[in-house]
Design a protein. Sequence first.
Lengths: 511, 430
Amino acid sequence: MAGSDEVIVKEGVEEETVAAVRDLGDSYKYGWETEIEMEFAPKGISEEIVRLISERNDEPEWMLEWRLAAYRRWVEMEEPKWAMVDYPEIDFQDLYYYARPKSMEKKPKSLDEVDPKLLATYEKLGIPLKEQMILAGVEGAEEAPAAARAGERKVAVDAVFDSVSVGTTFQEELKKAGVIFCPISEAIREHPELVKKYLGSVVPQSDNFYATLNSAVFSDGSFVYIPPGVRCPMELSTYFRINAENTGQFERTLIIADKGSYVSYLEGCTAPKRDTAQLHAAVVELVILEDAEIKYSTVQNWFPGDEEGKGGIYNFVTKRADCRGARAKVMWTQVETGSAVTWKYPSCILRGDDSQGEFYSIAITNNFQQADTGTKMIHLGRNTRSRIVSKGISAGRAQNTYRGLVSIHPRAKNSRNYTQCDSLLIGDRCGAHTVPYVEVRNNSSRVEHEATTSKVDEDQMFYCQSRGMDEEAAVALIVNGFAREVLQALPMEFAMEAQQLVAISLEGSVG
Amino acid sequence: MVTPAVSNPAPSLLDRLVLPTSGAWANDARRAALARFRDMGFPGRRDEYWRFAGGEDFAAPEPEEAPILDMQGEAPVFSGLERLKFSFRDGRFEGDLPALPEGLEVSRLSDAGQQDLHWARDLYGVLEAAGQSPVARPFAALNTAFAGDGLLIRVTGKVALPLSLIYCHDDPRSDAMLHHVLRLEPGAELTLLENGPAAARLNTVLEVDVADGARFHHVRAQGRDHGRRAITHLFARLAKESVFKSFTLTVNGAHTRNESVVEFTGDDAVAHLAGAAMGDGRMGDFTHDDTVFITHGAENCESRQVYKKVLMNGAVGVFQGKILVKEGAQKTDGYQKSQALLLDEDSTFLAKPELEIYADDVACSHGSTSGGIDEEALFYLRSRGVPAAEAQDLLVLAFLSDAMEEIEDAAIIEDITSRLEAWLARRRAG
């Protein structure tokens, strides 16, 4: 028989799209492992483990108490079951909550002191950490994945390896601009007033099962503070690498954009190929004050599991932005191609009047991957605006769900939301689902939810046609802008990943 | 194990209900339904499809009083149409069955056991039970178990006159459960009309089995008594090349939940579902909930949902619609539109337009919008000399007309439209 794996793709779906998606599913480029001596905390989770993590990070008493409160809450919570994902029960006592390279026992004073094996790991991933190397340009970096690429633009990187940050670049230069960019473990010691004020203020300690777990055991992550009126002089980025086996990664990111400031932040992540699934439960909190803006971009490329669905990362992440001041602005952009199971809803609380939230997402699932992802736009302030553009592509036996909430409160007069979700299926054994919740509680706001296939923007059509295009060509141009629409929102540094995805179009989408 | 001591358990609707005995096969179906219900229990606010508007009104041991509306001489809807009339008062059939044309058989549910209606036995509670998965509909199971009356209708030919179910109520505290079963044999055609409040609290189940090539049209106008509460369930199974169209008009009513569960089992069938609802909180509470679940289990079927709501003065509109396309249901054409027009600051629209798709060669679209009246259109009308209030009413009617277009019969559209106009005029006057 002519291979039963042969997928018959329906008419109308572009070949280029099929090839690009297949490519993503066939070859995981970052599946190698760094052989390095590691130090683990004992397996399992308990108050002792929470205390141990706090002690390793040299934390003050208040932080330990905060963690313990979260832990005590977590043991009483139940794992959420509402997402359209299906995975074997996780044994929370059968994984390591803390793993650090032995060479990191003594914190290196500068990047020069960092274990060469670790530096080599990031170089191989295309993330040069030594500033002189960055400036000189590193061989191979051009074919590299996300984040810092030499010769293009300067990007400061915080590199997280399993449970610890191994180094942060350009800290001095950023300091001159007043920007604080450091591992969160360092911020807890050096800037306790900022951490105390903002940590847990967007995602409370006991927000949900995984956020609560994270609050108890997070080991590191990045901290950013942009002072009033400062435009961050370079893009900031964190690169997360899971390396050790049977280890969960629990990182915490806290970014504060003070009044009138601006920062663009990028996040990338990869992990080795393994047969057993690994847990990644992160929390990201963004605080945006008056007239400030944060652009947060993610290229999520965790190991997705093999062709048979073995292994891969369970990516259960809570990301939330709080636009606290008037005219605050946040933009989430995510390109999701990795992880065996994804459960992630980067959200915007539009509290300040005239604040603005945007969410652009491409989620591509192959083989046995499952993604349940989307966003929440909570409109509390007047004249708040939000825009959601979500594109889901499913191939193989994968399941891809968009789940979102748009909530307009009575006080949020004259608010506006526009949502567009499109899905494309490649082959007849996968699934694409849309679960949007819309809650409108005043009449001066407008909320629209639609799928491209049902309606092509009439203004765009008119424009194209007035320039001499026939209807068919105009529709093709508008609809085929599928991936581009999301990719345009990505910073330059993601251009390489993006190139793979530009070939993807929504032609032949199901709704 | 220690069983927790229950002191003074809350009175339950279940304690008050008595299983009717209406014949051997129906009794079995009722007992099975009661077991189904006991497994599910009454829904709580944490149940996914009861988050927006809870089921307390329908689960309360006794219904809230619903004062009888004075129609002030207005003839009920559909009265101008020639039709076959079947009347129910406070949930009981009244009078005799009318003479029936060829191709139509009608019996009362209460007589079912005395006749060998094997076609009805194969349907009663069967489509309801099938419709319990993947989403539980506990009040439908409760209805199958305890329904006090209803009709068993079998259509074997093309019936020219519409069959009209007229629901009246005299008792402001009546609590009615009606259960109708309808079977359209291959090639048969029927239009079913339903109108009136029926009871202070009404729970209905309508199971419709549409065989190959048969056509079923359904138009319903729910009573406009302000205090009435109703939960209705429509379960339909559509065979090859069948056509199913259902439209519901709702104005007033403290709480209405209309659940429609449609499954395509044969290829090339068509289902259109539409609803127009209008509620003014100034006249009394108004919560209106359309919960729709369409399962495409066959190829090349078309489903269309058009739901429109006009809400004002604290009225609450809910739309929970889902299109499920099963593996292999290729060439499905699914369309879903839910829109709300909010006429003031206090009203609420809660929607969940859902898609679940397991077939790649399909087109499913869903659009949901919510917003106030189009100020530019209003300005245009006013600049042409139309007074503001009338201009607004015109825009409201235009907004609802989308849903009305799903009705096939022009006379019915006209009848329904005139009801809406009268309602708007009364609102303007009052």
